[in-house]
Write a protein that binds this ligand. Structure first.
Ligand SMILES: C[S@@+](CC[C@H](N)C(=O)[O-])C[C@H]1O[C@@H](n2cnc3c(N)ncnc32)[C@H](O)[C@@H]1O
Length: 265
């Protein structure tokens, strides 16, 4: 009930949406600041098509296989090796760390609006080419033409203004740079995302509906997701938490299966 009310409120105005998501993710990052194994906050990707790759992972990264698959799918959309790459909405930092360690950009910078999340990332993830910085997707703290690619995974649904975000991405990208985005929307909101992209100065190179890949990833990963939080969450809040985690039987997998929600990359 709380989760439903929260989600309803996020749809009432762009400012409220931005404040509510910012508040919730800030709270989560503070509450789970010592839970070092929780490094990803996306619904994952299961390779289903012949062209989909599942990257070879070190044993320590295997538990996060589906979340990493999503980053791999998204990052495969552009050259990354030896380039300067920015992630906007890096959350607990696992995705930026994966890209830095496996895909070998010259420089990888993760940005998040939550100070708690950035403090966590700096504590947990270390690599010579990796840095984290506090910042807002709608006012990025970087000079014009600083990056070759911007990665954005399951974060744009939080923003007050997609136009503002796309303008900032276009500003910090070098000519010929790429925005690599994956996110979900209610079916009725997909047109708003497409329209904002069409209004921006970015050109659409590739757009894929990955709803089925995400449904499959959630199904395969559900048990681990529900066990992971288990007794860390006070009993009255477990159901709500499971909704955000996309555990089987909650609204997220149901709505993705029925295509009331669509996941795009
Ligand atoms: C669902 S999490 C996804 C995190 C990460 N991309 C992942 O897949 O694990 C969304 C993240 O977006 C961040 N976020 C929300 N609004 C933001 C904004 N305006 N600027 C930067 N980050 C923002 C939140 O703090 C949160 O960490």
């Amino acid at each position: 009930m709380f989760a439903e009310t929260f989600l309803w409120m996020t749809r009432q105005s762009p400012r409220l949406r931005r404040s509510l998501w910012r508040g919730l993710f800030g709270l989560l990052a503070g509450k789970f600041r010592d839970v070092t194994w929780w490094q990803y906050m996306n619904y994952g990707f299961a390779p289903l098509d012949a062209g989909d790759q599942a990257p070879a992972l070190q044993a320590a990264d295997e538990p996060d296989r589906y979340a990493i698959n999503l980053y791999h799918h998204v990052a495969s959309g552009a050259p990354i090796a030896e380039r300067d790459v920015l992630e906007v909405g890096c959350g607990r930092g696992g995705g930026s760390s994966y890209i830095a360690r496996y895909l070998k950009p010259a420089r990888m910078v993760g940005v998040d609006i939550s100070h708690n999340a950035i403090a966590f990332c700096r504590k947990v993830h270390r690599a010579a080419n990796l840095d984290y910085r506090h910042g807002d997707a709608e006012a990025l703290p970087f000079a014009d033409a600083s990056f070759d690619a911007v990665v954005n995974v399951e974060s744009s649904f939080c923003y007050g203004s997609l136009d503002g975000f796309f303008a900032e991405v276009a500003r910090v990208l070098r000519p010929g740079g790429y925005l690599l985005l994956a996110d979900l929307r209610l079916a009725g909101e997909v047109a708003d995302l497409d329209a904002a992209l069409a209004r921006s100065s970015l050109n659409l190179v590739n757009r894929r509906d990955i709803t089925q890949n995400v449904v499959e990833a959630l199904a395969r990963d559900s048990e681990r997701r529900s066990k992971a939080t288990g007794d860390r969450i006070p009993r009255p809040f477990r159901r709500m938490f499971n909704v955000f985690l996309g555990v089987e039987g909650t609204r997220m997998p149901v709505h993705l299966r029925s295509r009331e929600m669509i996941y795009l990359s």
